[in-house]
Design a protein around this ligand. Structure first.
Ligand code: ZN
Length: 121
């Protein structure tokens, strides 16, 4: 891959990283806010409507799940950016073959070529 192509992927990856960091920040802040609300609530000593509590927990679990997903994607994006710097970007981690650009265009943070990806599933 030439310098120009690498630059293109770097740009895409940096944009992706910034977007992910933004999303993670938003989610983390709303998590903190809702946990603050939780601890300040319940002054009356009576539990809230059980239905509300259940749906609240459900929402929370979903948020954490998304947060988890975003964090691991962010790690992949960051690894890909490091690879651009070290000159190993676009090389499959398992078989060391070049990952086709058609794949990188869809998933610029791909670590494995299609075949290894399939084998690892
Ligand atoms: Zn491979």
């Amino acid at each position: 891959m030439n310098e120009k192509q690498l630059e293109k992927y770097r740009e895409i990856l940096i944009k992706e990283r910034n977007a992910l960091q933004e999303e993670i920040k938003d989610l983390t802040e709303s998590e903190i806010q809702s946990s603050l609300l939780d601890s300040s609530g319940g002054l009356s000593g009576y539990p809230d409507d059980p239905g509300d509590v259940a749906s609240d927990n459900f929402e929370k679990g979903k948020d954490l799940e998304i947060l988890d997903m975003l964090t691991s994607k962010l790690e992949e994006v960051q690894t890909a950016l490091e690879k651009i710097d070290t000159g190993t970007y676009g090389v499959c981690e398992l078989c060391s073959k070049t990952i086709p650009q058609s794949r990188l265009n869809v998933k610029p943070w791909a670590k494995l070529c299609m075949k290894c990806r399939k084998d690892s599933e």
